[in-house]
Design a protein around this ligand. Structure first.
Ligand SMILES: NC(=O)c1ccc[n+]([C@@H]2O[C@H](COP(=O)([O-])OP(=O)(O)OC[C@H]3O[C@@H](n4cnc5c(N)ncnc54)[C@H](O)[C@@H]3O)[C@@H](O)[C@H]2O)c1
Length: 327
């Protein structure tokens, strides 16, 4: 298939691109590098350095795309609370430009990167796809809005749409030609920040809140390995059906508190990771754990690296050996 990957210079998009290419597809990456990295773009993909706003110049009727995998977005929940207009523009206006181009060009399929943040503070755990959606931050609200636009495009225009609602993504793709892992700047994710502390680049790790109603008072999250997540995109492409919007949660179904994650980072790195408790961040739900049974039964998805230890080990191998800018 000829595929467009938006956000293919980012952490997850670069791994999705790699696995699509390895499966024999032709891939065009659209990424303006606002948070991505040129080095992460697969050398055997075509890279168009352009924003989503200009996507109609790439997704034309003549271009002949068979599907779009739409990962480009701004992703920092905290930032989305202080710069909401930036998030509504990038994530929603940009996605609507993409959906317009897809409709005009007659591209039959879209696979979208949605998020557990659409559920907000869940009423029941683990969270299934039928759970109430009530985002507690602007980031989650923008993602839910795009999910709704996809539902409409499927019903109104016959689009085959799939939303994959990722829980916390970590790990790395360590294979050839270029190792791919997390290099957000500034980094807001717990595991790479804990590595900064383990390697002496930061003094202490801030834990945001220790008075949540969880076993040790810190937030609980469900971690998924980036290669397992990327594999789900390939399965979603096959499962997409015209006129339907399918939604799948992707997580491992086990929750770990922030303190438990830090403990695994200490084990894997062999280093102390001093922590300091900071106030809660606005919009952080206490606990997010996926019920991912639907992805297993309908997509045939089986994670190959479901343990937190494997996820942290691969992330550490990338951080330690392939992240010169952290040096
Ligand atoms: N990382 C996670 O744990 C996580 C969890 C849930 C959902 N997601 C979703 O997964 C997707 C990818 O996340 P990531 O961690 O790889 O983020 P990332 O920041 O590493 O990658 C995003 C990429 O999109 C590009 N981009 C952003 N806005 C753009 C625009 N308007 N035009 C062109 N390019 C643009 C950036 O340059 C970057 O390369 C996002 O849609 C995010 O919402 C991520």
């Amino acid at each position: 298939m000829k595929l467009l990957v938006t956000g293919g210079a980012g952490f997850i998009g670069s791994v999705v691109t790699r696995m699509l290419l390895d499966a024999g597809h032709e891939v065009v990456v659209l990424d303006d590098l606002r948070t991505g990295h040129r080095v992460a773009v697969a050398p055997d993909a075509t890279h168009v350095v352009a924003p989503l706003d200009d996507v109609a110049q790439v997704v034309t009727p003549q271009a002949g795309f068979d599907a779009v995998l739409h990962l480009a977005a701004l992703i920092a929940a905290g930032e989305s609370m202080v710069r909401p207009e930036l998030y509504w523009h990038t994530n929603v206006v940009g996605s609507l430009a993409l959906l317009d181009a897809v409709r005009v060009a007659g591209v039959p399929k879209v696979v979208f990167s949605s998020t557990a943040a659409v559920y907000g503070n869940p009423v029941e755990l683990p969270i299934s796809e039928t759970a109430i959606t009530a985002p507690t931050n602007t980031y989650g609200a923008t993602k839910l809005t795009v999910d709704m636009a996809l539902t409409s495009a499927a019903a109104g225009n016959g689009l085959a749409a799939v939303s994959l609602r990722y829980f916390n993504v970590a790990g790395a793709h360590l294979g050839a030609p270029v190792p791919l892992g997390e290099r957000h700047d500034p980094e807001t994710h717990l595991i790479p920040i804990a590595f900064d502390v383990a390697s002496g680049r930061r003094e202490k790790l801030q834990l945001f809140g220790d008075d949540y109603p969880t076993v040790d008072g810190t937030c609980v999250r469900d971690y998924i390995h980036v290669t397992d997540l990327a594999h789900a995109h390939l399965l979603a492409l096959d499962a997409a059906v015209g006129g339907q919007h399918r939604i799948y949660n992707l997580g491992n179904g086990s929750g770990f508190t922030n303190r438990q994650v830090v403990e695994v980072v200490r084990e894997v790195t062999g280093q102390p990771v001093p922590v300091v408790v900071a106030p809660r961040r606005v919009g952080d739900p206490a606990e997010l754990v996926a019920a991912a049974d639907l992805a297993r039964t309908e997509l045939g998805w089986t994670p190959a690296k479901p343990t937190l230890h494997d996820i942290v080990s691969d992330a550490w191998a990338f951080y330690r050996d392939h992240l010169p800018e952290r040096g």
